[in-house]
Design a protein around this ligand. Structure first.
Ligand SMILES: Nc1nc2c(c(=O)[nH]1)N[C@H]1C(S)=C(S)[C@@H](COP(=O)(O)OP(=O)(O)OC[C@H]3O[C@@H](n4cnc5c(N)ncnc54)[C@H](O)[C@@H]3O)O[C@H]1N2
Ligand code: MOO
Length: 590
């Protein structure tokens, strides 16, 4: 539940601001409930009233009800005052709960401050839950840099702020700034980079590089939401029946019901137009709006119809088999959050609440270039000293499987001029470039050499097997992932480093892979200090096997495996039956 508080010292105008905010936020179409902390002896009951007499006689709870409102009075009778969270759990779902008082609770708040009433120092000076101060004077001194200051009477600005803070509206984003050329630089002196350091550097330095566009919901599957998407209406939009049966009002604890059936019926899309009088029932079908005078439904299997008299046995709970309006989704609530990938399930939710178009990120274009004199595309004649290009087709398909737009930049020989031309073209037609091969420092490792000549290369020697050399650079403002040539190393680096990075470039949050612990059915020794990824296959008995070879050119092992086994840096041995971390390929979206 979204909660925001209004706090402040006595007589500074908390209730006034609450009142103005409730009016402003409900006027904008959001539903609001409130909670207020009051003086310990407060009483909304009146001496001599019936409810008061029930209470004095010893009732623990007294529930008062009328056709306009109901109230529940709970006498603590010496018990501890409940925490705010407990109170909030009692409220019906709404877009926003505004809380007056409850200074000590940890929800975010705005503090009200009136110069004439200020007797004590601002609470905001040493309470980090205060996100803003609303004041009738100049900005008070000593506030933290993140605490905003508002004019106490500028209700619209304060409402904008509250709605943004709780995520009900999104502030329009400025144009996307370019990535900086040094965004891959590692701290001085770092030689062998631990995997986690490399990941943290990527996570911290990269940001979204694609603009947003509006697409119909029918074309939005797999795309990334560019802003929070709010429900245009409640789901269900009106109270309706969950079953085929008979609708009536106010079930009680009575044992036997005899109700008179009215003419007509309520069906989904064809509501019953008149009021169902007390003591009567109406035929109602699943999904039909509850007619006026109906709040509960008895299933048709549980009734007897004698003439137009409906008989059934109780007791039946109040609102039995009735779905409340908005019980699933409230109008204005966030149904898909910014950065979320739109799944078929999200499409159902968007469609159910009436969204027909959504603002999504433009597809990230992933350029793939393979390098090396020895490479030949499949389909061409190749001598035994030549190698069929496996990385480029693999990387293009990974990009497609991850929901990006693959851009085939072809293959270049080990020639710096050809590589430069290909990278220039890549920077025009793609948002990020994968190269494979030439990533280490051999005579023919032109990718490293060229990127380093341009001065933007950061050669990362990762404490990782396979995938030790990883070249990262900017080319024409576009990030380049220089993946190692060995296909298994290229694949592991793509999954571990490129996938979460590409997600961020595409507008999604950083995603760590899905992993779980399973017993190994193999033994292995390893050097301490580096992380290893083995090709693993989860067996039907719940154990995991490792591929027979750790050779970085053994592509058949990639095809054999259904995930990676992650062996931590400090581990030197795995014995049969010991738990290992398994990262299924399905968790990488492949
Ligand atoms: N003296 C050293 N030699 C090597 C080191 C090292 O640290 N010192 N590292 C080894 C490791 S680990 C790897 S991984 C590779 C990576 O080197 P490169 O990225 O420069 O890759 P290449 O030398 O160009 O190729 C390596 C290997 O992969 C084959 N390959 C390349 N591209 C493709 C492709 N598109 N499809 C299929 N196969 C490809 C290439 O033919 C080579 O066999 O360096 C080690 N050496
Ligand atoms: O680490 Mo290399 O990347 O073994 O293949």
């Amino acid at each position: 539940m979204r909660v925001f508080g209004v706090t402040g010292w006595k007589n500074n105008g908390k209730t006034g601001l609450m009142e103005r905010l409730i009016a402003e936020i409900t006027r904008r179409g959001f539903t609001v409930s409130t909670t207020k902390h009051a003086h310990h002896r407060f009483d909304i009951d009146k001496e001599g009233k019936d409810s008061y007499r029930h209470r004095v006689a010893g009732a623990k709870q007294v529930l008062l009800s009328s056709s306009q409102r109901w109230a529940l009075l709970d006498e603590l009778r010496g018990e501890e005052e409940p925490y705010l969270a407990e109170h909030l759990s009692r409220l019906d779902p709404v877009d926003l709960v505004l809380v007056e008082g409850f200074k000590a609770a940890r929800h975010p708040k705005i503090e009200v401050h009136r110069e004439s009433a200020a007797r004590e120092p601002l609470i905001a000076l040493d309470d980090l839950t205060i996100r803003a101060v609303a004041t009738d004077t100049a900005a008070p001194e000593g506030l933290g840099p993140d605490v905003l200051v508002f004019d106490l009477d500028d209700t619209a600005a304060i409402a904008d702020f509250v709605l943004e803070q709780v995520g009900l509206v999104t502030k329009p984003k400025p144009d996307l700034p370019p990535l900086r050329d040094d965004c891959f630089a590692l701290p001085d002196g770092v030689e062998w980079t631990p995997v986690e350091t490399a990941l943290a550097t990527l996570r911290d330095r990269l940001k979204c590089v694609v603009r947003s566009e509006t697409v119909p919901v029918s074309a939005a599957c797999g795309r990334i939401a560019a802003q929070d998407i709010l429900a245009p209406r409640d789901n269900p939009p009106t109270a309706n029946s969950a079953v085929d049966g008979y609708g009536f009002a106010n079930p009680t604890a009575q044992e036997a019901y005899h109700l008179t059936l009215v003419d007509g019926r309520a069906a989904a899309g064809a509501p019953y137009q008149s009021v169902v009088p007390a003591g009567h029932a109406v035929r109602i079908l699943t999904g039909a709006a509850l007619p006026a005078g109906v709040d509960s439904v008895v299933m048709q299997e549980d009734v007897q119809l004698v003439g137009n008299e409906l008989r059934f046995s109780g007791p039946l709970k109040p609102r039995a088999n009735a779905r409340k309006a908005g019980e699933d989704v409230r109008k204005g609530s966030v149904i898909v959050a910014e950065g979320e990938e739109i799944t078929p399930q999200a499409i159902a939710l968007l469609s159910a609440t009436g969204c027909d178009e959504v603002e999504v990120r433009a597809l990230l274009r992933v350029g793939v270039l393979s390098t090396g004199d020895e490479l030949v595309p499949a389909g061409e004649a190749a001598s035994p000293t030549q190698t069929y290009d496996a990385n480029r087709p693999m990387l293009l398909e990974l990009a497609r499987a991850w929901g990006f737009e693959p851009v085939d930049l072809g293959h270049v020989p080990d020639n710096r001029a050809a590589l430069k031309t290909a990278l220039d073209q890549g920077a025009e037609s793609a948002d990020v470039i994968f190269t494979s091969g030439g990533a280490s420092a051999g005579d023919e490792d032109h990718v490293s050499a060229l990127l380093s000549e341009q001065g933007t290369l950061h050669h990362w020697r990762i404490a990782l097997k396979p995938g030790r050399p990883l070249a990262l650079a900017m080319w024409g403002g576009v990030p380049v992932f220089g993946l190692p040539g060995n296909p298994v190393a290229a694949f592991v680096c793509a999954l571990i480093f490129a996938r979460p990075s590409l997600g961020v470039l595409a507008g999604a949050p950083w995603r760590s892979p899905l992993a779980f612990q399973v017993p190994a059915d193999f033994t292995k020794k390893k050097k301490a200090g580096r992380r290893e990824y083995l090709r693993g296959r989860l067996n039907s008995d719940g154990t995991v096997s490792a591929f027979e070879s750790e050779g970085s050119g053994r592509i058949s092992g990639l095809h054999w495996a259904n995930g990676l086994i992650e062996v931590e840096e400090d581990r030197t041995q795995i014995s049969e039956g010991e738990l290992v971390r398994f990262l299924p390929f399905a968790g990488f979206g492949i």
